[in-house]
Design a protein around this ligand. Structure first.
Ligand code: ATP
Length: 238
């Protein structure tokens, strides 16, 4: 069963055709990685899925429903969540307070405390819960934001370069987090340049190039594809 379906999606910025008739289907329960050169249109695709941009033409279906005309909050309400590249944590508040803000629209009292505890354990941030978020390491800030993005248990999690700036160890731990979320039933679409992360988590990979789907397959198929090597992996990422 498909959870998300992009059908012939087009987006122009002035004369620039940034999303060019993109067809992409995410199966419910998969971890799907989106890779491609800088400027390929990956982030724009996320903004279209989230409703921050509206397509010139084409359709977006979520769990069978056409959500193309829906506002972002309505999409989030249906179970979409996103973590963008720049951490959007409240830097002056503690880790615990950040999680409380993310959770308080749906949980109160004891239930809220239990959910905060569950997330702190999941993120490995229990001993940092009283820390001011601005003082966390780069990796911990990214994890806190992942925690906020998954706090309301979305059906689909969009991650925009979740491991950017992380050490190999932190990258691996992030991959494990994504796998645990997936094991609990969450479908994940991640934009990533780090091929170790892609190899660790991806069930399928889509290569975007010049706003178009250029290739799709398993990580082994993508790495073996000479056309992909020529436009992307042959550069710094192999
Ligand atoms: N709001 C905008 N107005 C005009 N052009 C835009 C806008 N947003 C993105 N673009 C252009 O669209 C193209 C695709 O950008 P996008 O950020 O989606 O690519 P990307 O694949 O995510 O790149 P990166 O890997 O560098 O993040 C780029 O040429 C960019 O300059």
């Amino acid at each position: 069963m498909s959870l998300l379906e992009l059908r012939k999606l087009n987006k122009h910025f002035g004369g620039l055709h940034v999303t060019n008739s993109v067809d992409l289907t995410l199966r419910a329960g998969e971890i799907h990685c989106l890779i491609g050169p800088n400027g390929a249109g990956k982030s724009t695709l996320f903004r279209l899925i989230l409703g921050e941009h509206h397509p010139g033409s084409g359709d977006i279906l979520f769990a069978g429903e056409n959500i193309t005309a829906l506002k972002s909050f309505a999409r989030i309400h249906r179970g979409l969540s996103v973590k963008f590249q720049v951490p959007g944590v409240f830097k002056g508040l503690s880790v615990r307070q950040n999680l409380e803000i993310a959770l308080q629209s749906r949980h109160r009292g004891r239930e809220l405390e239990a959910e905060i505890g569950r997330l702190l354990a999941f993120l490995g941030l229990e001993s940092e819960q009283a820390q001011i978020a601005g003082n966390l390491s780069h990796g911990q800030k990214q994890w806190l934001e992942i925690g906020m993005a998954v706090s309301l248990k979305p059906r689909l999690l969009l991650l925009d370069e979740p491991t950017a700036g992380m050490s190999p160890e932190e990258t691996h731990m992030t991959g494990e987090m994504v796998q645990r979320l997936n094991a609990d039933g969450m479908t994940v679409l991640a934009i990533e340049h780090d091929m170790a992360f892609v190899r660790q988590v991806a069930h399928r990979v889509t290569v975007l190039h010049l706003g178009q789907v250029f290739a799709q397959g398993s990580i082994d198929e993508i790495v073996a594809d000479e056309r992909v090597a020529a436009i992307y992996l042959g550069q710094a990422h192999a």
